[in-house]
Each structure stands twice: as structure tokens, then as C-alpha cells.
Design a protein around this ligand. Structure first.
Ligand SMILES: [Zn+2]
Length: 374
């Protein structure tokens, strides 16, 4: 229903293979729960005009948080996955999980209409105000079944933190936690390529990760670490030391954080990734050479992924996706290193769903895991 494939009871019966009476029964149950509504009469195919059904756009909402190293994008979305409200807030990840997540959950509660402003730090009553669940993206590895963060880089104080248990004490709706690259993959896939079965979405910002769509569904693997290419080796020893303790990892060579470090080592004063991007835009040769090397490194790892997995599309998102020299080198390396059969029809593109892509993915996660099973 939310995908737009079906608009009436007859469509649902045809698509699900269930009998019309079973479909009717279930639709009535969903309408009485407020999860579906009738929106008027549709076109007749001979006979009575079918009553149109839609996921209600007013009322029920899901909350979504896409946490980054310096900012969090958060918002509310309706049950069709459309953004109702979204905003960007500065965060200091080093303040630790309780302070950061506590404040973001309060912000979500404040976005849900109805009742007085929530008391910070107290368990909210958001369920009564129509919130069905909250999806949270974390910029580090998440064990999906438990909602626990495992060995993140650049997130001091977050290792082993049980995000889901913490949130369960602070809010009365179900919370689903995943890594940010998986949420970007879900958001972009729903928005841009819902018809494709096999896709790889790379998130290249301060860190590097990827989300994998296989057979039309997000593939997480056994523990939730599928698609995490950050510690694949691109350089033999001695390469730059990585946060994981190994050398030559993709993240230590090609992430935004690695570009900042490498430029500083060359004596170029630069504060952060924004500064690096500005240098590249200005045609600085050191920064541009590093961006090209990063693109080749990402391309080398993706070539293995593409040969192994044979996707229909590889899309790159995150802030480094705006870096033209990086993208060009990545593309060239992919074509050079892949089997012709694997690249013949392969789309290599940018993620285009915009800054809300992570919260859109978070909402789809909540809708698929919480709202639809209910
Ligand atoms: Zn590493």
C-alpha cells in the first residue's frame, strides 16, 4: 500500500493472492486501527467503482534520527515514508550516548503534535500522540538484532552501548537501530531504484561504509556488518595506521577523516572535511591528488564487491560524493578492474535522494519492521 502498487481492496487481493473476503477483513482491521483510510471512489473497470485506499497522511507518524559526527538530521515522516518535518541539529558525539541520544529523543517528542512540551529526560507519551516508532541511524557498526554499537571509530564512549535498551527507558514506542550506510541505502533505494533487485550504496563522508540491497531487500548478514567496507585492505604494509589497529584499511586511506590527516601531514592547514572540499574546489593540487587516490582506493574495493556480487547499480553518497576527481577515479578503476560482464549494464551514479535520505531510510525501516507486521 505504502509503495503505491495497490490502491484498492481488489488490487490487494490480486497482488497478495488472498481471497477478497480475507482482504476485506484485514483492510477493515487496518482502517479501525487508523493505519489505512478510504479516500473516495476510484475508476471503475466495469461494475461498481472501487473505494480507494491510502495510508493516512495525517495522524500516525514515525520518528527518524540520522546521527553524524557533528550533526544529526531528525524528523517525522508519515506512514508512506514522506517527510513531514525535518531539521538539522549540531551534536557533539564525544558528549557520549546518554547525553546525545537523550537530547535527540526529546527533539523527536517535541516534533510530534499534541499535548504539552515533553519534560526533558522523562519517558514521553508519544505513542498516544500518534507516533508508531523511531528509527535511528548510527555512524558506526551496529549489531542489528540487539541494537548494540560494536567498536565504532571516532565515537569515544559509545562502544558496546545498547541504544535500543536506552531508548526503551526514554520513549514508549518501539525503536529500531541500524548503521547510517544501511539507512542511506534503504532511503535511496525506495526513492530512486525501487524496481532494481541488486544494488550497492556507498556512504563516503568522514568514514566509509556501504549498504547492500540483494533480491530487493537490505542484506545485513549474520551480525549486521554486511557492507562495511571500511577495514578492507587497499595498501600492503606499511600503510597508514587505522582506528581498528590494522594498517592500510580503506577508511585510513580514503575517508574524509583520512584526507584531513594526510593534508595536515603535508603541512596544509585544514580543519575538517569542509576545508578539504573547499581546497579541491579551488583546484589545490595536493588535495586533488589525495582525492584521486581516495577514488582509486574506493574503486579497488568496489571492484571486488562488483565482481563478487554483480549489482545493477553502485551509487555513492555522503559528502565525498560531491568530489568530482574522486568520483572520476572511482569510476575509472571500477571499469578497469571488473569483469566486462559485471560492468556491461552497471549503473555507477551519485545518491540523489538529498539530505533527508537517512531519515527516509530510518522511516522505511520502522514501517517494515514495526508498523506493517502490526
Ligand atoms: Zn581499519
Amino acid at each position: 500500500m505504502a509503495s503505491g502498487a495497490a490502491a484498492s481492496r481488489a488490487d490487494l487481493a490480486r497482488l497478495s493472492g488472498l481471497s477478497p473476503s480475507t482482504v476485506s477483513q484485514r483492510v477493515e482491521a487496518l482502517i479501525s486501527e487508523g493505519l489505512l483510510q478510504e479516500t473516495g471512489a476510484g475508476k471503475s473497470r466495469g461494475g461498481r467503482r472501487p473505494r480507494q485506499l491510502a495510508v493516512p497522511t495525517g495522524g500516525a507518524l514515525v520518528g527518524a534520527i540520522d546521527l553524524g559526527a557533528h550533526h544529526a538530521r531528525l524528523g517525522t515522516l508519515d506512514l508512506s515514508g514522506r517527510v513531514v518535518e525535518s531539521r538539522l541539529l549540531p551534536v557533539r558525539i564525544e558528549d557520549g550516548p546518554e547525553a546525545v541520544l537523550g537530547a535527540l529523543l526529546d527533539e523527536i517528542a517535541a516534533l510530534v503534535p499534541g499535548s504539552a512540551a515533553p519534560v526533558p529526560g522523562q519517558r514521553g507519551d508519544v505513542a498516544a500522540r500518534g507516533l508508531r516508532g523511531i528509527g535511528i541511524g548510527i555512524p558506526g557498526p551496529v549489531q542489528f538484532e540487539t541494537g548494540r554499537i560494536v567498536s565504532p571509530s571516532r565515537m569515544p564512549g559509545w562502544n558496546g552501548f545498547d541504544v535500543r535498551a536506552f531508548c526503551a527507558e526514554r520513549t514508549d514506542v518501539p525503536v529500531v537501530v541500524d548503521n547510517d550506510a544501511n539507512l542511506m541505502a534503504l532511503g535511496e533505494h525506495h526513492a530512486t531504484h525501487p524496481e532494481l533487485e541488486h544494488a550497492v550504496y556507498v556512504k563516503a563522508g568522514t568514514g566509509i561504509g556501504a549498504g547492500v540491497i540483494s533480491g530487493g531487500r537490505l542484506h545485513r548478514g549474520a551480525q549486521g556488518s554486511a557492507g562495511d567496507i571500511s577495514h578492507c585492505r587497499v595498501l600492503a604494509d606499511p600503510g597508514p595506521l587505522c582506528s581498528c589497529g590494522n594498517t592500510g584499511c580503506l577508511e585510513a586511506v580514503a575517508s574524509g577523516a583520512a584526507l584531513v590527516t594526510a593534508l595536515r601531514e603535508q603541512g596544509v592547514p585544514v580543519d575538517d572535511l569542509t576545508g578539504v572540499m573547499r581546497l579541491i574546489d579551488d583546484g589545490d593540487r595536493h588535495a586533488t591528488a589525495l582525492a584521486r587516490r581516495a577514488g582509486r582506493s574506493i574503486g579497488e574495493i568496489l571492484a571486488v564487491v562488483v565482481n563478487f556480487f554483480n549489482p545493477q547499480v553502485v551509487a555513492i553518497g555522503g559528502r565525498l560524493a560531491d568530489c568530482e576527481p574522486l568520483l572520476a577515479s572511482m569510476r575509472a578503476t571500477l571499469y578497469e578492474r571488473c569483469l566486462p560482464l559485471a560492468t556491461q549494464a552497471l549503473l555507477i551514479e551519485r545518491v540523489v535522494a538529498g539530505p533527508d535520505v537517512g531519515i527516509m531510510g530510518a522511516a522505511h525501516l520502522v514501517i517494515d519492521r514495526v508498523v506493517e507486521p502490526a
